[in-house]
Design a protein around this ligand. Sequence first.
Ligand code: PRP
Ligand code: URA
Length: 209
Amino acid sequence: MSTLHVIDHPMIQHKLTIMRKKETGSKDFRELLQEIALLMGYEVTRDLPLMDVEIETPICKTTAKIITGRKLAVVPILRAGLGMVDGIRTLVPVAKVGHIGLYRNEETHQPVVYYCKLPEDVQKRLVIVTDPMLATGGSACDAITMLKERGCHNIRLMCLVGAPEGIERVQKEHPDVDIYLAAVDEKLNENAYIVPGLGDAGDRIFGTK
Ligand code: PRP
Ligand code: URA
């Protein structure tokens, strides 16, 4: 079974509360999402392996640590996942970025794929899938399946807010994928929106409603 990591650092919780408020505008919402993505990035990358290298400081020669092993790819689920990419890339500037375009059909709530462009060597990378909202889990599960079909076998899912239904679905369909969240909310409503949630993340990031 995958591990669910709920990152309840006070800075993240405070920023998330501002994002949830309906009066928070698009600019602040976007900036806060980026900041939280950077902070969550610390936890998502916590176990990256290190190796020793010889360096010379202005004082003397010494041995110091650098990150080694698997390189990173960030794969946002369009559109809303885009809002988390810059935060992670501030932390890991060399990370490559792939894109998976999915939207939920408003009536059936089923994800519909419209785009997929990934780094050439994505199967050799640690892939961090980003999407602020994990509602039914359909979009995340389909995106992860697409990545696995292309050979990826080291995948982590980083969202902001998750509903119990979505978490359970990802854990059932992809037990090898760890999930990182800033909050587990109460439930889904009749339109499959997260309660209390923060509304439609894509619309709030891009100002489309
Ligand atoms: C939202 C959200 C997730 C998905 C979550 O995207 O960003 O991708 O819904 O719902 P699920 O867990 O039930 O699949 P949406 O389809 O609204 O597209 P958008 O990001 O383009 O606005
Ligand atoms: N997508 C969103 O943007 N918000 C939700 O609450 C559910 C799906």
